[in-house]
Design a protein around this ligand. Structure first.
Ligand SMILES: Cc1ncc(COP(=O)(O)O)c(C=O)c1O
Length: 350
């Protein structure tokens, strides 16, 4: 019996839906194949319109009262929370991935002699903030990759038995080969060993489903510019709710404190951090970029089925470009939408 999800009628409907979405939001794809999403994600038409509308108002700032600007930021937190099945209170807006990774490196309670385990060949945004901790006596250990070049999860889980390993830092999806980490497995192993799991989400969030209620992640940092199809300058950090009140922001913004929504009382200088993840935000944020992010993330969150756009290539059923071959995980569970076409050593002749 054909599973209802794969019934030909349903697949046809999905394909039609997908074609319509592509025509409406990315009309230029009618004659262009774009494979560089892992670098820059395209802005959908609905987001371009939202940005244009915002910029039109920005030319006459009286059209943008503070309450509307703040509501715009809250809408972005709500949209991201919906995508991850998080609570809006667990989302701090940020201007890039690095903000969240630095937050993790500086706010997590690490001491001399502790070990931060980072899988080797991670994107450097997930390495340098940890390396800075060496000055404080924290050891940064680069775990060797599997022969294929992606995180060796058996090795990582094994290393977690060492009580000195206080943090495991890994990407949701590897930037160089599209390998999607088994965050559920790593998260459970981290929990069992009292280790914090910090995830660089930028290459996976938006193309792969992630439910933070089911996957034990402590901190997830993500920029919007790739798979969230959002403007540069937009991004977020998810901080697990139980951790929020425990972590003190290492640097601070003036709206990170209780009572600062009331602009008539700004100089009362209440020293109490907010109880939600806004305590980690550095206001003023680029409002226009978050308007854009809300529109893009809203589009992604409303999709019922994630469609890994390169999956047919990765499975070897199609080839991304004539004469080139492909380096990506073959197991579906570990594959994402990102992969790396390898250019051939010989010139291609037609
Ligand atoms: C895995 C990964 N992390 C982080 C980044 C970028 O970090 P940021 O958003 O801080 O520029 C990239 C790519 O630019 C990336 O591929």
């Amino acid at each position: 019996m054909t599973d209802i999800a794969y019934h030909p009628t349903r697949l046809r409907a999905l394909r039609d839906q997908f074609r319509a979405l592509r025509a409406a939001e990315f009309p230029w794809t009618a004659d262009t194949v774009y494979l560089n999403n892992a670098n820059i994600g395209p802005i959908p038409e609905r987001t371009r319109r939202a940005l244009d509308e915002f910029t039109a108002k920005r030319t006459a700032p009286h059209l943008l009262p503070d309450r509307e600007l703040q509501a715009g930021l809250q809408a972005a937190r709500v949209a991201v929370a919906r995508l991850l099945n998080a609570e809006p209170a667990e989302i701090a807006l940020a201007t890039n991935t690095s903000h969240g990774l630095n937050l993790a490196a500086r706010a997590l309670p690490l001491q001399r002699g502790d070990v931060v385990l980072v899988s080797d060949r991670e994107f450097p945004a997930n390495v340098y903030p940890w390396m800075l901790l060496k000055k404080q006596g924290v050891e940064v250990e680069l775990a060797p990759c599997a022969p294929e070049g992606w995180p060796d999860e058996d090795y990582l889980v094994e290393r977690l038995h060492d009580p000195r390993v206080r943090v495991l830092a890994v990407s949701f999806v590897q930037f160089s080969n599209g390998y999607r980490a088994d965050l559920a497995r790593l998260g459970v192993a981290c929990r069992a060993n009292g280790t914090f799991l910090v995830v660089d989400g930028i290459q996976g969030v938006g193309n792969s489903v992630l439910d933070v209620r089911e996957t034990p992640i402590d901190i997830l940092a993500c920029g919007g510019q790739k798979w969230l199809l959002a403007p540069w300058g937009s991004g977020f950090v998810y901080v697990r709710r139980e951790l929020i009140s425990v972590l003190e922001p290492p640097v601070t913004g003036w709206m990170a404190f209780e009572g600062t929504d009331d602009f008539s009382r700004l100089t009362e200088y209440n020293p109490t951090f907010r109880s939600d993840a806004r305590r980690f935000e550095m206001v003023t944020l680029p409002y226009q970029d978050f308007y854009g992010m809300t529109a893009s993330v809203g589009m992604l969150a409303s999709r019922s089925t994630p469609v890994p756009c390169t999956s047919r290539c990765a499975a070897g059923r199609t080839r991304p470009a004539s004469g080139s071959c492909h380096r990506a995980p073959r197991r579906t569970a570990r594959r994402s939408s990102a992969s790396l076409p390898r250019t051939p050593s010989r010139p291609i002749t037609r």
